[in-house]
Ligand binder design. Sequence first.
Ligand SMILES: Nc1ncnc2c1ncn2[C@@H]1O[C@H](COP(=O)(O)OP(=O)(O)OP(=O)(O)O)[C@@H](O)[C@H]1O
Length: 585
Amino acid sequence: MASGDLLLRAHAGAPVLARAFPSPASLLVLTRRRRGLVSPLTAAKVGVAGRARPGGAAAVQKRRRRDAGESLSFSRVVTRRDAVDEDEEDVEGETLQLGAGTSGGEAGGVDGSYLSDTRFDQCAISPLSLKAVKDAGYERMTEVQEATLPIILHGKDVLAKAKTGTGKTVAFLLPAIEVLSTLPHQRNQLRPPINLLVMCPTRELANQVAVEAKKLLKYHRSLGVQVVIGGTRLTQEQRSMQANPCQILVATPGRLKDHLENTPGFSTRLKGVKVLVLDEADRLLDMGFRRDIEKIIASIPRERQTLLFSATVPEEVRQISHVAMKKDYRFINTVKEGDEETHSQVSQTYMVAPLDLHFSILHDVLKKHVAEDADYKVIIFCTTAMVTKLVAEVLSQLKLNIREIHSRKSQSARTKVSDEFRKSKGLILVSSDVSARGVDYPDVTLVIQVGIPADREQYIHRLGRTGRRGKEGQGLLLLAPWEKYFLGTVKDLSISEAAVPSVDSSVETEVKNAVRKVEMKSKECAYQAWLGYYNSNKTIGRDKSRLAHLAEEFSQSMGLAVPPAIPRNILRKMGLNNVPGLRSS
Ligand SMILES: Nc1ncnc2c1ncn2[C@@H]1O[C@H](COP(=O)(O)OP(=O)(O)OP(=O)(O)O)[C@@H](O)[C@H]1O
């Protein structure tokens, strides 16, 4: 089959697809951009995908983040344009870009525009899956589900981009389960081969994906799902995998690698993988995870189907997607050409103010939001785990209803807070990037990002914790004046400047008192983590003496007259030895 022809031809002949989409509304409207073929039936629905040429030196951001005390590097791995063979580029991954024009209805949203017109019962999915989908309360498919299901059922590798909160999890799980349901399974096999492997960048997300999988597996009684995510002893997960046979495994990369190396028989079970999913694919393929992912991919069969999903797919990720996918993969982009990657129903603002005002501003914004919306549910994203802890402690002192989640918390505490936040209203979750991607907390009313996010993608994913399933939401990015440059990376998004609120002196005193009450240890850890984060930032970390000066501003914002001393070996690791303004201990 000629690449790119998939759906047009499939409609003409392939039985799976013909069965999958019998209704005219669901004849997916495609274009073969390369040859300029546009189906007349669908021209209104589809935009011609403008695939960016690999321009000049493309760069993949490498992130290796460790909070507090360990240096953090954002170095860039350069993929040279001339390293990409032109012809090879041309046959790779055909782009299918779908507009979001045909929706209507309500379904939990303001205008329901994340839903397509196609109902699940119009598709050729098994009765068992259909029953489960109905029980889950899903009637119509979302745009991304409608766009990807037939192609995945056809056996193609898929790289899919769709906005946050638009049902990507079901989009990969449902067809993958359909594929699995056709394989022979023995009901009581203790350690069956793992047929579906889903990789996620965080533990919370892995748990959530497993919950969604269990919903869809409700009537597929011979299929089981397990999670391996770390945070507990390896032996505990080994026992659990033995006690509960599973053909579907949802995992974080580090822990999966641990099992590969240390769990007897595990690598043999992975030889059964038929479908591999990389959820938040761009994150999993960046340098923070790449090695583990490559190792994992080397341990599973080459003959498999691979599905990569994310709300952000930078061009660099497309260029390295061959690490995981076959050359003739399909790139399905449900973000209309010219449309923003963020949701129009989420209002985005930014404020620029000196660091020493940030706690007062946060307090003011939160008080107002809480007063305006009794059902408030806020996430505040901070730069590192230790800064998250500090902000949570300050805001708790101010009698706000605060919960805290980050990588330095025990897994049981993380799970408890995550479950509570999912179910509750009237709560403020202060979080590091462990909640930035994929996590589906319903009805978040406001997302605040304090300090610059790691990159544009992270900004979009964090913001995407609100405005899910077509609902409204608000986003605020709070920056110091020297962080303003970040706005240049998101200038195509509709972010408008908000006025910095004037804080009256009694509130300022209240906030200062709250800051004073926070333990010195928390401030020292936050200072060190803050320094590590900005030191690794390409723009801010370039000038070390300026960095030391800014770090002093941060320590002053915590009410410290003198910046805390940092262990010499840590300064050395950060490459900050003998920088004037930094004290070593
Ligand atoms: N067809 C559907 N109809 C109604 N709701 C759906 C449908 N499919 C998924 N959902 C719900 O939509 C919500 C968002 O789905 P999901 O978390 O998969 O989004 P996502 O696109 O993966 O988001 P992110 O980019 O943040 O990872 C979930 O609560 C899910 O249960």
